[in-house]
Design a protein around this ligand. Structure first.
Ligand code: GRF
Length: 217
């Protein structure tokens, strides 16, 4: 276990995933929280804990490349081991993604590779899937397609609408992300040279990469 591992979290708004990470008292250091929006509620969560925050307003830059460069500079100023996208709602340039290769994690509200992109809950309902969930994955240039670290599965139940399903998935996100980051801090999984994530089984007979909602247990 290495309590000194440094994490920078990028958010855009509400910050409930950031809140879950901070509440979990993980054996790592959240060294900064960065947002393109000054009104992101999640910034307050960080400030309340004395964690440095930065706002990089997207409007202040000529284009995506300039913004990403400013973002990269801000991030690198904190020398993180890992950069975590927790509801960061902007598409990043390939240059930015390449700079953080193997160090950039995202949480996405679907069981990838199903439903990359936006409106995942609406699309899951429209397809009539029986299970839905969330995925923590590495970011690569192709949107929502990087190596999967772990997934959390929830049922789709009769009567679900977009709001009820979103709430069920979000509460799974709040379990999955801290779980993955704790395991990272404890070196319980690695991204291999083959681009696949390998979890080290600690001899429990369970799939460490998969969390199921209570409804299934
Ligand atoms: C989450 O559903 C996350 O999966 C998606 O954006 C949402 C962010 O929510 N990428 P919050 O800001 O963490 O509350």
């Amino acid at each position: 276990m290495n309590a000194e591992r440094r994490v920078v979290v990028l958010i855009s708004g509400r910050g409930s995933n950031l809140g879950a990470l901070l509440e979990a008292r993980l054996p790592l250091q959240v060294v900064a929280v960065i947002s393109p929006r000054a009104d992101a509620a999640g910034l307050g969560l960080a400030q309340a804990r004395g964690i440095p925050t930065r706002v990089i307003p997207a409007e202040g830059y000529a284009g995506r490349a300039d913004f990403d460069q400013a973002l990269q500079q801000a991030i690198d100023g904190f020398a993180p081991d890992l950069v975590v996208l927790a509801g960061f709602m902007r598409i990043l340039t390939p240059e930015f993604v390449a700079h953080y290769q193997g160090r950039l994690l995202n949480i996405h509200p679907s069981l990838l590779p199903a439903f990359p992109g936006l409106h995942t809950h609406r699309r899951a309902l429209a397809e009539g899937v029986a299970v839905h969930g969330c995925t923590v994955h590495f970011v690569t240039p192709e949107l929502d397609r990087g190596p999967i670290v772990a997934q959390g599965v929830v049922p789709v139940v009769p009567g679900d609408d977009e709001a009820t399903l979103a709430a069920r998935v979000l509460s799974m996100e709040h379990r999955l992300f801290p779980y993955v980051l704790r395991a990272w801090a404890e070196s319980r999984w690695v991204l291999g040279a083959d681009g696949q994530v390998r979890w080290y089984d600690d001899s429990r007979e369970q799939n460490l990469r998969l969390l199921w909602a209570g409804e299934f247990q």
